[in-house]
Design a protein around this ligand. Sequence first.
Ligand code: SF4
Length: 213
Amino acid sequence: MGLAPLHREILGCTRCVEVGYLQQAAPVLSGYPDNRIMLIGQAPGAVEAVRRLPFQGRSRKVLMGWLMRGGFSSEAQIRRQVYMTSITKCFPGKGTGGGDRRPSRAEVDLCRSHLDRQLALVKPELLILVGGLAHDRFLPGRQLDALVGRLFDLTGREVRSRERVRPLVVPLPHPSGASRWLNAVQNRLLLEQALRRLRPVARSLLDGQLVGA
Ligand code: SF4
């Protein structure tokens, strides 16, 4: 199956409605078959669900700013060159604390095959993980401050900055502002380190060169 039929299938998915997890399904993703970079977030928010595009709400500006410090030149370039998807693909609704509800383990499992097939088709060379659910899927059991600022391979092994691995995995915090993690100076320094290490990798891929961190 090619990417277009897979996208049609995912965009038409109503599994979570059928089993009663969601009242409404509005799957969100964006990307092109030639994308070499994939970004995986947690789940779309309310604005994304209406526009059916990733990172449209309040986290958009923060994420775009991070990625531009990480080697991209513009939001237009990011949206053309980065395949954007999420662990679950529909807005999960609001949680009790006022922020978006964190999708349950059952919802993550139900949506898992979509992401597996996206990964198999896109075969990204750089995988940017945004937020806790994405970290849990690929780098489980680790605190944020043991992830952000470091580079990994898909087995979870930390890799050296010049090691050549595909995909290279770069964890970032979630840009929504819901977490207080970035309030701490030392954590902001970790984010800076992550963006500094992302930059040459992103640039080399955008320039069509081989990956080397
Ligand atoms: S969250 Fe995933 S599995 Fe559930 S309805 Fe949306 S696309 Fe389908």
